[in-house]
Write a protein that binds this ligand. Structure first.
Ligand SMILES: [Fe+2]
Ligand SMILES: [Fe+2]
Length: 217
């Protein structure tokens, strides 16, 4: 991490913003475009998961609501990471109004699985390919964190959906009978369902960076 900090410090230093380079951020135009798109995508996911959470509470599925709350937390970590990097590049993240599409719990789970699948197979590979040209370390690292974190989300949702498409009632009943806890890494958004015993499986930061997710009210 030291090398990355040093590199960003050099980019941000007054010397780097000399007369010959009136706009020092011209070095990362593609990175900024990608990070703005990634920020929007993560905020959209964050707000949808928060909406899914509230709907599952209303539908009488508090444990599925809890899962959605954990994912909402994780998506906010991703969005905040992009916002932080954009600001460090003197770029403003855009925050247009996000139209939400919230259905019943079963439909929301199916949509969530599909959205996570698209992010894993298309959105993030595209982002990472675009970032290659400029190789901004923080952008590449954080996009990789998000990409891996979405794989965790997809695996958890698909576990539920394996049987839920046909037998949603009985699968939901089994989930609601479980004692659940979720922990999210504040560095990368890694989402796990057991108290962490080793450093983060995605970013390798120590256990102390995991935060226990509160049950939604
Ligand atoms: Fe995300
Ligand atoms: Fe992490």
């Amino acid at each position: 991490m030291c090398a990355l900090v040093i590199r960003l410090s050099i980019i941000d230093s007054p010397a780097a913003a000399g007369k010959d380079r009136p706009n020092k951020d011209l070095k990362f135009p593609t990175t900024i475009t990608v990070l703005k798109a990634a920020y929007l995508s993560e905020m959209r996911a964050h707000k949808h998961y928060a909406g899914y959470c509230q709907r599952s509470i209303a539908d009488g599925y508090p444990n599925i609501a809890f899962l959605f709350a954990a994912f909402a937390f994780s998506e906010k970590v991703h969005a905040d990471n992009y916002k932080r990097i954009l600001l460090s590049l003197h770029a403003e993240p855009e925050s247009p109004a996000i139209a939400l599409s919230i259905s019943d719990t079963k439909t929301n789970l199916i949509r969530a699985a599909e959205n996570e699948r698209v992010k894993i197979t298309k959105t993030y590979p595209d982002f990472l390919a675009q970032l290659q040209a400029e190789s901004n370390d923080q952008a590449v690292i954080n996009c990789t964190y998000s990409w891996k974190s979405h794989q965790q989300h997809r695996d958890k949702i698909e576990d539920i959906l394996k049987y839920a498409k046909l037998l949603f009632g009985s699968v939901a009943k089994r989930i609601e009978g479980m004692k659940l806890d979720f922990y999210v890494c504040k560095i990368c958004g890694s989402t796990i369902d057991e108290s962490p015993k080793i450093s983060c499986v995605i970013c390798n930061y120590p256990i102390s960076y995991y935060q226990k997710v509160l049950r939604p009210a």
